[in-house]
Structure formats: C-alpha cells, structure tokens
Ligand binder design. Structure first.
Ligand code: EPU
Length: 337
C-alpha cells in the first residue's frame, strides 16, 4: 500500500471541495486495513468512505484512510429470505441495483442515494419511506485503537432518524468493513406509500409495481429534484428535518398555517427544512460558487470552485434566517470537517 503525501481530496468528496490530505492511503481488504492502522498507530487518522456526507472546510492534517473494500455476496438464505453482505467500499446504488437484478427486495426505495455501503449504517440513510434499519441485520467493524473486529447487531446500532451508535457512543472509534441485509426473495413488500412514488407509478400506468418499478420511480424522482454529484457538487440533504415539540409547533402553525409538517409522536412534530428554506427565499440562491439547489432547497451545491468555508457561511445564513423567522433551529446533517 502506497501512502501518498499532500493528496487532493477533490475526487473523493461529492461536494468536490479541493482540500488536501497530509497523507492518503486506500485500503482494499481487512488485512490491509489492519496493517495500515498498526503501522501508523501514533498518527492522527481520518477515515474516508464515499465522501458523500461531509463538507471539507480545511486541509485534513491527518493520514486519510480511504475504505475501498469491494465485494457482495449471499451469505445465507432460506425459502423466503436472503442475507446479503456488501463490503464497505461498494458503491451503494450499484449494490442496490445488483440486489434488484437478483430479485432481492427491500432496498429499492433507497436507489440512487450517494455513498458507499459501509457508511449507510452510520447515519441510518433513508428515503421515500424506507430506512437502512428496516433491512439491516449486522455490520462488522474494526476497532481503530486495538484492531479487533466486532459485529454490531441491529439493536446495538441504536438507529434513529439519521442517527446511530456510530455518531454517538462509539463515534470515531470503529471502521465499518461490511454490512449484512436481510432481503426478500419472493412476496416482496413494495412500499409505495410516499406520495411522489404513487404519482410517478400512476404516470407510467403501473398498477402492480415490481421492486424494479419502484426503483425506477425513485430514480426518476431523485433525478428530477436532486443534483447529480458528478455534475454539481453536493452532499444530498445538507440539513436534517427539524423535530420540534407539539406546543412549539402549534404556536408557529398559528402564524404560518400553510406550513408543511408530519406528526412523529404524540409530543413531537417534524417540519420539512426544505419548505422552511424555500419560504425564507433561499431556493436557487447563489453566492459565488456556493448555492441552494433550484429544485430542492435542502441541498446546498458547489457550482465549481466554492470553498468549504463559503458553503458553511451560506448554511449559517440560512440557519440564522430560519431561526429568526420561525424560531426553529435547523441542524446540519452533513459532517463539517
Ligand atoms: N419542500 C419544499 N421546498 C423544497 C423542498 C421540499 O417546499 O425546496 C417540501 C416538499 O414539498 C414536501 C416536503 O418539503 O412537502 C418534503 O420534501 P421531500 O419529499 O423532497 O423530502 P425532504 O424532507 O426534503 C427527505 C430526506 C431526503 C430523501 C427525501 C425523500 C432528510 C434530511 N432528507 O428530504 O434524503 O431523499 O426525504 O424521502 O430527511 C439525504 O438525506 O441526503 C436525502 C436526500
């Protein structure tokens, strides 16, 4: 394995920020990973997966370890279900498509989410009514300090909305090397409850959708709203949708009756941040090369040469305005480095 000094990370983060790593190494196996961690025990390290959920605001003064483990296979099956293992460096969307081609159901609603298999549990990725936790069985991870492998089952991961143990109790302690999902082989439960999917299927006169149809619908919706990181740097939703108390919501709702919302529990309400940002007038705004996407206000974009700091400044301006207008604090979903 070659350790490269002063390495540009522009191609390794979907925001396309040209920050540099002090040193960079790509690992292709668990054995490689163990060796790199052992040999560089005292160095500061930074783990990089698909680079799809981070914003680099400065050069990374560390050894960047890029997790590039590849492979996907069926590890177990019974009459109805299949247990599929994906290595951490597999591209998520290609992994989803491979499962659909094999007629394994459960991941189709999460088609086209940027990123790699290994980072999906970290923030319990989700879209169109599905989350990774619905099909997740376990993941293997290496403890950075001791290089011991550990398997985390679903309960241990403590999944929540864009949350898991990997962002909380064991943050920065483990590197996920592979993930196992339990998928259906037959009698697939297609989940088309999300309004946009129903509309897209109706448009194509599909009444009994297959998992492939659902995947195609999700791909069409995402392509119409969300920018392709290959064309326009971005990290998907930049902010989380804020969850506020019912009392707080009722007060704001009186003032803004047209506000969109979802009741998530008897005491809590979720408000779509994209709606708040659009209403606050930011949709489509551009300052230099940093901007708010024209079709989905929750997504911040890099038109070419924006720095991480410029994007952070724009995000702070948005947070400040939303707070002043709605008394709602919105938080970044993306990791700001
Ligand atoms: N909305 C607006 N203006 C906008 C964007 C959204 O008014 O510019 C309104 C929409 O009309 C809709 C509501 O906000 O009523 C929700 O919008 P949408 O269905 O597009 O979803 P979202 O809440 O903005 C979340 C996820 C996305 C995921 C979609 C679909 C988060 C932070 N984001 O976005 O995930 O694809 O739902 O399930 O939960 C990601 O995490 O990177 C991501 C793209």
């Amino acid at each position: 394995m070659e350790i490269k000094p002063n390495f540009s990370l522009k191609k390794y983060n979907t925001f396309g920020i040209d920050a540099k790593a002090k040193e960079f190494v790509a690992v292709h196996s668990v054995a490689d990973l163990k060796e790199v961690l052992e040999e560089n025990d005292t160095k500061k390290k930074f783990v990089l997966g698909g680079g799809s959920n981070m914003l680099l605001t400065q050069d990374v003064d560390a050894l960047v370890v890029h997790i590039d483990l590849k492979g996907k296979k069926v590890v177990k099956e019974d009459e109805n279900f299949v247990w599929v293992e994906g290595q951490a460096g597999e591209n998520w969307h290609e992994f989803v498509l491979w499962n659909i081609e094999n007629n394994f159901g459960g991941l189709e609603n999460m088609s086209l989410i940027p990123g790699n298999v290994g980072t999906t549990p970290v923030q319990n990725i989700g879209a169109y009514g599905a989350e990774i936790k619905d099909t997740f069985v376990s993941c293997d991870a290496m403890h950075i300090a001791t290089r011991e492998m550990r398997t985390f089952n679903r309960e241990e991961c403590n999944f929540g909305y864009r949350e898991s143990i990997f962002k909380q109790e064991v943050k920065d302690q483990y590197i996920i090397t592979s993930v196992v999902f339990k998928l259906t082989k037959k009698n697939h439960k297609v989940n088309i409850s999300y309004g946009d999917i129903t509309k897209e299927l109706e448009k194509n006169n599909i009444t009994e959708p297959t998992i492939k149809d659902v995947s195609n619908a999700v791909i069409a919706i995402r392509q119409s709203k969300l920018p392709d990181p290959k064309e326009l740097g971005n990290s998907g939703s930049f902010f989380k949708n804020p969850v506020i108390t019912k009392e707080h919501f009722e007060k704001i709702h009186l003032q803004f009756p047209e506000m969109k919302y979802y009741v998530v529990s008897p005491t809590e309400v979720k408000v779509p941040a994209g709606w708040l940002i659009e209403q606050a007038g930011f949709k489509g705004m551009r300052i230099g090369d940093a901007g708010v996407h024209k079709n989905q206000a929750l997504v911040l974009v890099n038109y070419g040469n924006a720095t991480g700091a410029e994007i952070v400044n724009l995000s702070k301006e948005i947070q400040k305005t939303i707070f002043e207008k709605y008394t709602i604090a919105i938080q970044a979903e993306v990791n700001i480095i």
